[in-house]
Design a binder for this molecule. Sequence first.
Ligand code: SAM
Ligand code: SF4
Length: 393
Amino acid sequence: MLRVPRDQAVSLTLPPLSLYIHLPWCVRKCPYCDFNSHAQRGVIPETQYVAALMADLEQDLPQVWGRTVHSVFFGGGTPSLFSAKAISDILDGVAARLKLAPYAEITLEANPGTVEHDRFEAYRSAGVNRISLGVQTFDNAKLKTLGRIHDGDQATAAIRAVIEAGFDNFNLDLMWALPGQSVDQALADVEQALHFDPPHVSHYQLTLEPNTVFAAHPPPLPEEETVWAMQDACGERLMRAGFDNYEISAWAQPNRACRHNLNYWRFGDYIGIGAGASGKITLPANESVWRSRRRKIPQSWMNAAGDGSFVAEQGDVAASDLAFEYMLNRTRLSEDIALSEFSARTGLDRDALQPGLSRAVELGLLEVEGDRLIRTERGTRCLNDLQALFLPA
Ligand SMILES: C[S@@+](CC[C@H](N)C(=O)[O-])C[C@H]1O[C@@H](n2cnc3c(N)ncnc32)[C@H](O)[C@@H]1O
Ligand code: SF4
């Protein structure tokens, strides 16, 4: 990939910084899930895990010295299996080691089957200010097919508990295109979610991921025509309720987009700690973007606290991959792409987007207006094709 000569070079600038904390255990593994999540056997070793998280974080500190963290995200796995005390200890440890922005968004993912009522209040006291609840659907038969540990009533009770605990910022995860699902059933889930006036809804089409039970034994998924009709009907309903589809699967009321995820999609920086977590850090002095990934197996990641060998893979992103990685993330967002931001985030001249950019314009997937790239409706519908145009030769 072309890197412009030094005297005309665009320089890498530091983007906002986030912190991702992976908590890898679940009550049991769902058949569709390819996240780094592991069925819990016995008691979760919280104390050992929290200590390892701090040691893991300390290793990355020299790379982010002096920078402020704008968001923290506890993802999983099922973070709500951890006690509020453990979450509080982690946040105290983070605040002692990193500069946290005064109004940092701090999200915790919760599974409706794992949280009794008082737990949410305790998470809030610990410093969490946003909950992301894995509802998936309110339909009991579908929840069973998905291998979920909760039913529709538990989902409803968990949402009420989140609201009663005083969280004015929360997300509901819904999945659609479920086995045997009709358009009306998918719409009924959206309707029921809207009943709680959620600030944010993540609306994920069920995908069959390699190496999952569903990939090995595929359930009967809706026909393509039904899938399009579901997407249109649910999207139209969410739009009518005042939600903005700011990212392919993410819908937010005004000013309620997830700041943490936005930072990923805008190619911002993040420290990633915990089993299997990934990190991305811009190092302007080295003119590089550095990526790292931790060991995936919880026990082997925790054992690494002994000798500091948490990281399984790391290295600078090759210049030839940077343009693709940027576009892979950035085209997910509905907002225009500023070419100047592309250069600031990658250190590459805008020519590095060629020949993919010209091809995307020819195919009607992107439009160019001055410094800005605009994703067209066709580009939104054919996002995979659009992204593939930027793959390195
Ligand atoms: C890490 S999980 C969220 C928290 C918690 N583990 C739970 O499931 O309740 C993130 C979300 O990804 C979505 N998801 C996971 N696997 C998926 C798949 N194969 N297709 C579509 N969405 C998926 C689900 O909506 C899930 O809530
Ligand atoms: S609870 Fe969430 S992370 Fe755990 S297996 Fe199910 S979908 Fe995956």
